[in-house]
Structures are given as structure tokens and as C-alpha cells.
Design a protein around this ligand. Structure first.
Ligand SMILES: [Zn+2]
Length: 278
């Protein structure tokens, strides 16, 4: 048992989320080298005090502003992982010879990716590297997820996603996700419906990618239950840039959001911020 009143200090990184066989998600808050198990803090007071400092998560240099979730401006302009093609994988420009870091690209983008359906605030389509499953879904606060197609590269996954976007959203409505009244969906039925109606587009892509490059998956639907005692009725967000001290009673955690009785805070937005948490 850890001591409840214990606090930690350091620069924030993304919360770690783990899921057990029952689909229950457990969160660990990370600041510098320190970790704090959060599930056991639910129902108790929690405060986050920003010191005013931000350190780049890549190079460690101090930065006045955080770019692309925790980077200094030079890293933001230089790193492949901060390029716009990461958000829009269908715009991958590796083959034009203009990848910012071809080695990084080879290691991260030329790897198997999955196209999935998820239910975070309703049906959505998304892509992720195989190694990011199921983390990606928990980061989005999805209550259900189903991988539907596997391909060999990030670019291909983006091209498949573009096709699905003709019929399905690719965004989460985070307010709706946090309110918690997200009705469950039959993702297998949605998959079958979409695969049927996008049949011709999929065969075109399949031909373009080559034999066996577009693989349909038939795995089970994954379910996630988040540690939430009470969902907020009205979603008000905290902003550390405007108010460096955030405190309240921790009511729940979903996605990368802490739900306090005083408002919600998206911790991912504050990656690299030096904070004291108690
Ligand atoms: Zn940097």
C-alpha cells in the first residue's frame, strides 16, 4: 500500500494506462522519475501545481511554450514525429525523399499498422501502430475497440482510413466522452456494414498495395471500463497556463483526462510541464 498523502514532483509525461482481463483500466501518473498510482486516489483530494517551467520531452531544454505536446520549438520543427504527416498519415512524404528523419520513419512508419473502429463518443475510425494497441484506445477513452484491417505501413493505414472517413468520424467529441453516457455499439456489425459498403474502394486499395498487403482482421471486440466514481454533468476544463494551481477531489479518470469536482484537465496537453502533485 502506498501512502495516500504522498506527493511527487517532476516534468509530466503521458499517464500510463494498463488494462486487466476484465477490461478495467488502471492509471499511473508520471512526473520525472516518479510515479503515482491514481486509481486508489479516487474520492480523495488531489492538487497539481505548475512551477512555471517546461522542459522539452525530447531534448530536455527549457522552453517557454510547449509545441506538439511537450516539445521545444527547434524539436517541433526538426523531428519527424512532430511533422504534420503524423497526424495525417495519408500525406506521408517519405518516398519523395523529404522525410525529416528517414531512419526514424523506417523504424516507426514502415511497421504494421491497424485500422480500427472504436467507440469513444460514438463510432469512429482510427489507425495505430500494432505496438500501440491497446494503449491508443485507452488514451482516447474508448469503451470499445475492434481492429479491422492490418497493413504494412503508416501511409497505407492512412489511405484506408481516408476511405472509411467517407462514412465514419475520425474524431472523438471529448466532452461527450467525459460525460460518460456513451451507449455501447455492435462494432462487429458496424465493421461488416462498412466493409460491404466500401467494398469497391477497398479492392482498389488492395490492388494498389499489392498481394496480401491489406489484411482483414477478425479479432474480438475489446472493452474498457474506466475508474470513474462520478461523471461530470457539465464539462469545465482547467488550464494550467492560466491557473497554475489546480485542485479538487478526484472523481475519475478517462482517456488522458483527470476529472476533478472542480473541472477536468487533459494531462497530455501539459506534457513537459514541471509540476508538484499531492
Ligand atoms: Zn527539444
Amino acid at each position: 500500500m502506498s501512502v495516500v498523502a504522498e506527493g511527487i514532483h517532476g516534468c509530466l509525461t503521458k499517464m500510463a494506462a494498463q488494462v486487466n482481463a476484465q477490461g478495467e483500466v488502471a492509471y499511473t501518473l508520471r512526473a520525472g522519475d516518479h510515479e503515482l498510482s491514481l486509481n486508489e486516489r479516487i474520492g480523495l483530494p488531489l492538487s497539481i501545481q505548475w512551477t512555471g517551467a517546461i522542459a522539452c520531452t525530447h531534448c530536455g531544454r527549457a522552453t517557454r511554450k510547449s509545441f506538439a505536446q511537450g516539445h521545444c520549438y527547434p524539436c517541433f520543427k526538426r523531428l519527424a514525429q512532430c511533422d504534420t504527416c503524423i497526424v495525417k498519415p495519408e500525406t506521408c512524404h517519405f518516398f519523395q525523399g523529404t522525410c525529416r528523419e528517414p531512419e526514424w520513419g523506417e523504424k516507426h512508419c514502415f511497421q504494421p499498422h491497424v485500422v480500427y473502429l472504436a467507440n469513444s463518443s460514438g463510432l469512429k475510425v482510427g489507425i495505430t501502430r500494432n505496438t500501440q494497441v491497446p494503449t491508443r484506445w485507452m488514451d482516447q477513452g474508448a469503451i470499445q475497440a475492434l481492429p479491422i484491417i492490418e497493413v504494412d505501413t503508416r501511409l497505407q493505414s492512412g489511405q484506408v482510413e481516408m476511405l472509411f472517413k467517407e462514412q465514419v468520424a475520425d474524431r472523438t467529441n471529448w466532452r461527450a466522452m467525459l460525460k460518460g453516457q456513451v451507449p455501447p455499439l455492435d462494432l462487429q456489425e458496424e465493421r461488416d456494414r462498412l466493409l460491404a459498403s466500401l467494398e469497391s474502394g477497398l479492392s482498389e486499395l488492395s490492388e494498389r498495395f499489392g498481394e496480401g498487403a491489406l489484411r482483414r482482421l477478425n479479432g474480438p471486440v475489446q472493452h474498457f471500463t474506466y475508474p470513474v466514481e462520478t461523471f461530470p454533468q457539465k464539462v469545465v476544463s482547467h488550464n494550467l497556463d492560466k491557473q497554475p494551481l489546480v485542485s479538487g477531489t478526484l472523481m475519475g479518470i478517462k482517456g488522458q483526462y483527470l476529472m476533478l469536482d472542480s473541472g477536468v484537465i487533459n494531462l497530455r496537453k501539459y506534457t513537459g510541464y514541471e509540476v508538484a502533485i499531492r
